[in-house]
Write a protein that binds this ligand. Structure first.
Ligand SMILES: Cc1cc2nc3c(=O)[nH]c(=O)nc-3n(C[C@H](O)[C@H](O)[C@H](O)COP(=O)(O)OP(=O)(O)OC[C@H]3O[C@@H](n4cnc5c(N)ncnc54)[C@H](O)[C@@H]3O)c2cc1C
Length: 312
């Protein structure tokens, strides 16, 4: 049995990687197969993920596009699709700023194949990242409007946007190592994208997990208290039963005896506006103490990192 403190890491290094590489990095947290990442592994991984319909992995890559030359009808046609997972701003009279994940852009094409502007967006992305689109482009091909141009807005430019636009279009991922009660609360924040270590796929008896279950140290009990001794005994018992069940059962069956204190890794990807909403709810005295334990220092980090968006 292993006991670790909770922690978090802002995954800003992912912002410098290409989309397939960052999506693979995030996706492998589910299987804890990060050891299989190598120079050539990203493309086969994301192609397989897209084919298997594990679509939330494709939410881990977000791009901002600048659209120019769309007339009022084209723009109205796009809005009529009610794009729920795209963040759209007018940049000037005929211009739009559109931010969305690879999943969001793919599904715009799948569900709104008659919208010309959607074809422009898909054609632009498919030229740069064919592997995300090759299986969903209609047999008749894409028919983008030649009057419309699409260009990528690089992250440094997004970071120079004025605050109201920046908080909407700037996404950032954070990896938390916390207990399962905390992740159960985090995933209630619907505008975020999430990927979480899976107790269905991870078999903690395996060598790479040290053959043991890892638990998060609860902040509620002092290390030398009788309550802590009781908690530790409960963890030892559940680990023993889990390992015993694994001898004859699958991880998804054995995990039914694992408790809330089980360590889990989760990547949360959201724009700055949603992060602010999360901090507003999850750092106050009403919030769960184990949640505050990670959210208060993360909020302090964001205040330094994104001065002007998160006030002290
Ligand atoms: C102190 C505390 C106690 C809690 N106790 C409980 C509890 O006992 N039981 C329980 O079930 N949950 C509980 N929760 C969870 C809480 O009800 C919310 O589900 C969670 O905090 C997510 O926040 P949210 O709904 O404001 O926004 P998010 O899901 O983070 O969404 C952000 C914003 O998007 C908009 N939005 C997103 N989805 C919709 C939608 N479908 N319709 C309209 N607007 C939408 C809203 O403007 C919302 O503010 C608790 C949360 C806290 C902080």
């Amino acid at each position: 049995m292993n006991i670790v403190p909770p922690s978090f890491e802002v995954l800003d290094h992912l912002d410098k990687l290409n989309l397939a590489v960052r999506i693979e990095y995030c996706g492998r947290i589910c299987y804890k197969s990060e050891d299989q990442i190598n120079r050539d592994s990203a493309l086969p991984f994301v192609v397989k993920i897209a084919a298997h319909g594990h679509n939330s992995v494709l939410e881990m890559g977000v791009v901002t596009l600048r659209v120019s030359g769309a007339n009022a009808d084209r723009i109205a046609e796009l809005y009529a699709t009610q794009p729920r997972y795209l963040y759209i701003d007018r940049s000037d009279e005929n211009g739009l700023l559109i931010t969305g994940s690879i999943r969001a852009f793919r599904e715009m094409l799948i569900f709104h194949p008659d919208c010309a502007l959607v074809h422009n967006l898909a054609a632009f992305l498919a030229r740069r990242h064919p592997y995300f689109f090759s299986t969903i482009i209609p047999e008749s091909g894409l028919t983008p409007d030649p009057a419309i141009t699409v260009a990528k807005v690089e992250l440094p430019e997004v970071d120079r946007f004025a605050a109201p636009q920046r908080e909407k279009h700037r996404f950032i991922a954070v990896k938390f190592i916390v207990n399962r009660a905390v992740t159960h609360e985090i995933v209630r924040h619907r505008p975020c994208s999430f990927l979480q270590e899976s107790q269905r796929y991870c078999r903690y008896a395996d060598h790479k997990f040290g053959g043991e279950v890892t638990f998060i140290k609860p902040l509620f009990f002092a290390g030398d208290s009788p309550e802590y001794a009781l908690w530790k005994k409960a963890m030892e018992d559940s680990e023993r039963l889990y390992l015993q069940l694994l001898a004859t059962s699958s991880p998804q069956a054995a995990r039914t005896v694992l408790p809330n204190s089980c360590k889990t890794e989760i990547i949360v990807y959201a724009n700055l506006a949603e992060w602010r909403h999360i901090f507003n709810l999850r750092t106050t005295k009403a919030a769960e103490p184990s949640m505050r334990e990670v959210m208060i220092p993360l909020q302090a980090d964001f205040r330094k990192r994104f001065a002007g968006i998160f006030s002290a």
